[in-house]
Write a protein that binds this ligand. Structure first.
Ligand SMILES: *Cc1c(COP(=O)(O)O)cnc(C)c1O
Length: 432
């Protein structure tokens, strides 16, 4: 039987003209998709080799409760992460509740009163402002007498080396480098660029700890920041490395001594890694990590597809359609509140979960404008699953990311465009 995509897409609410423009963009992107597939192939082999080397067996998926002494699944998984990221050690736990927690843990565990933290890449991710104490908060590093310094980026979004050299002093203990731009307009950094920055910092002060916030970056390239001199890399399991299956969790991977400090901080001095039962989540952690390289590949295809589609229609997109990729985030500047709202409604309508729900802009804690969020995810808040959000303020940009499979990412983006067409934000002329 002949495959009839037209009817199938029509049943899902996608018109022929939207499907056609999507297919055209997809055709043009095939060489880039092939390059993403090659990265996924390499990373898949990396993960497989680490799993085989560490003799992962079904015993690793057993339920462990209580103190969690000798939790074989947990300990083996940490070695699988360490081998994949080429680090001495790793801490991968469901007790690490999210990415912010993992970053706060890595910082608090390795800084002491009187030490100084330096960000040579400008302002860190929003939630870290309270962790550091840039915005005063209970329990911040500032409350414990840890100072903070920040070097602003140059106009091109890259590093101000002379200012960084000046900022490093006898108190500087840890340098934090954020790989993904998050919700800023600066570029996301390639692992190569991060390596150059680390080498520069280490030349000035060899014993300084270089930490990389690796959120949204894992498996986008064939190397990770830990391959270019980072002493610690940190991330969330409901983003890339969880592969969409991990229901919670975070990781820190790096030098043994630093990871040991993290373990003592997470549980208790003296106990460290020895406690912390894995409570039945191990199969999803392993299976998610196994799937992560191809899931990230799907998300990357979605990101460049959206960039090229919306660029073609005349919108500003960051990164642009041709740029190389260093994380899975795509920003589209729609320019109007209606644009942002329609886009998010389209993404929501394409979801496997809660597709019947209509997202609306809402006041959110920590934001100075209403925010609209589209998420129809299996894991609440998971942003490796297709998701979009946008603050209702100029330049009226949506940030979207994820997609466990390429066909779903494609449908989500077509659906966003269909909503823009249906509400009159995008007109027929834009297709020409
Ligand atoms: C998502 C993210 C975080 C925080 O992770 P949460 O899980 O949301 O707490 C930190 N840094 C970057 C760059 C991120 O993308």
């Amino acid at each position: 039987m002949e495959i009839n995509f037209e009817t199938m897409y029509q049943d899902l609410g996608i018109s022929k003209e939207v499907m056609d423009v999507g297919n055209k963009i997809e055709q043009e992107l095939l060489p880039r998709f092939q390059a993403f597939d090659k990265t996924a192939e390499y990373n898949q082999l990396k993960v497989l080799r680490a799993m085989q080397k560490n003799r992962v067996s079904d015993g690793c998926f057993n339920y462990a409760s209580g103190y969690g002494y000798n939790d074989q699944g947990r300990d083996t998984l940490e070695q699988v992460y360490a081998d994949t990221f080429h680090t001495e050690s790793a801490l991968v736990r469901p007790q690490i509740t999210c990415g912010t927690h993992a970053l706060a843990l890595a910082l608090a565990a390795n800084l002491r009163p009187g030490d100084e933290l330096l960000s040579p890449v400008g302002k860190p991710y929003d939630t870290l402002e309270e962790v550091i104490g840039i915005r005063p908060s209970k329990g911040s590093l500032a409350e414990y007498g840890i100072t903070y310094r920040q070097v602003e980026l140059l106009e091109d979004g890259y590093f101000d080396y002379p200012a960084i050299e000046k900022a490093i002093n006898e108190k500087t203990k840890l340098v934090t480098i954020q790989r993904s731009k998050g919700y800023q307009t600066r570029p996301s950094y390639s692992v190569g660029k991060i390596g150059e920055l680390i080498a520069f910092v280490k030349k000035i002060k060899p014993d300084v700890i270089c930490m990389v916030d690796n959120c949204y970056g894992e498996f986008v390239e064939t190397i990770e920041p830990s391959d270019v001199g980072a002493d610690m890399i940190v991330g969330s399991l409901i983003k890339n490395p969880g592969g969409g299956l991990a229901p919670i969790g975070g990781y820190v991977a790096g030098h043994s001594e630093l990871i040991e400090n993290c373990a003592y901080r997470l549980t208790s001095p003296g106990l460290g890694k020895e406690v912390g039962a894995s409570l039945g989540v191990m199969q999803s952690f392993y299976q998610g990590f196994f799937l992560a390289p191809t899931v990230v590949c799907s998300a990357l295809k979605g990101a460049v597809f959206a960039a090229n589609l919306y660029e073609r229609l005349g919108y500003g997109v960051i990164p642009n359609g041709a740029e190389s990729r260093h994380d899975i985030i795509q920003a589209v500047e729609l320019g109007t509140p209606e644009g942002v709202i329609s886009f998010c409604k389209g993404v929501q309508a394409a979801a496997p979960v809660d597709s019947f729900v209509t997202p609306e802009p809402w006041a959110m804690p920590g934001y100075d404008s209403d925010v609209i969020m589209a998420a129809g995810a299996f894991v609440q808040g998971s942003s490796i699953e297709l998701s979009a959000d946008g603050p209702i303020k100029p330049p009226y940009a949506v940030y979207f990311q994820g997609g466990l499979t390429w066909p779903h990412a494609k449908l989500g983006i077509l659906q966003s465009l269909q909503h823009l067409v249906d509400t009159g934000v995008v007109t027929k002329e834009a297709f020409d």
